[in-house]
Ligand binder design. Sequence first.
Ligand SMILES: [Zn+2]
Ligand SMILES: [Zn+2]
Length: 326
Amino acid sequence: MRLVLALALLASCAPATEGDAPLPAGPYAVVLGTAQDGGLPQLGCRAACCERARVEPSAARAVASILVVDPEAGQRWLLDATPDLPSQVERARAHQDPRDGNQVEGRPPLFDGILLTHAHMGHCLGLLHLGREAYGARGQRVVCTPTMARILREEAPWSLLVDAGHIELVEVEPGASLDLSPRVRAEALPVPHRGEFSDTVGWRITTPAGALLHLPDIDKWERWEQDLREVVAGVDLAFLDATFFDGGELPGRDMAEVPHPFVVETLQRTRSWLPEERAKVHLIHLNHSNPLHDPASPATEQLWASGLRLARQGAVLGLGTDSGRP
Ligand SMILES: [Zn+2]
Ligand SMILES: [Zn+2]
């Protein structure tokens, strides 16, 4: 499988890819947000990282979320329901919106499925917008693990979403997979991550054209039972946890309390990879403090030099086939 960058090479500094370029004919991904759960700017932060994003809206970032689109089937799936769901639904509007043309009455599901990774706020809070105080969806399918489903079914305020039929839960055990359609399959990869409420999974989505991995939250790579290189080898696009650039990012706070792979560790781990392997990696879920939010930072320069990529909000990324090859 070969990765095709659909609209613009991420290596360029071109603006987001919404625009005049045609959308891919085959399955593709849209980056709807790239920030850690708190977004950018983050509540209460008076440092330059967030003050800049308040002054320049183009520097702001929604919370990490990916849209998977199968244009041939007219279907789409949302990976994680973030607190920024309302703006992300609008950002997703050009991509197989089931309400196209206003031909659908009422409040139909916004997506063919919403897949959740875990119970932290950046990954599920958006579901509340589907309740009667806001959109009032009818039967939005939500795919998650049994521990996550239990929270949604039994705990307030989520339980009302289920009881009133706004969402319909589809459970997938960690390690198991589910056919989202006859053409698209989702596999829940269990990952280690702070689990106060639920377990955590990454989603591997396989389409007729190629596959992607959405892995926004994980503890250190060495705590994962899977080998990162092998997992990335099996996909065309890998959206990986890049919460913190390095260990000096949260002055006064013990960073062991919030373990994530530092970007410098990911750079080290991927150094021996082939260039085409590194080019699959798109870093996502950046804390507001992460210097990769600043295109002029030395950290950004270091990343570009490495061959890894930064997921860019608004980017449309095709999943390539081996067309033309035997
Ligand atoms: Zn998160
Ligand atoms: Zn900040």
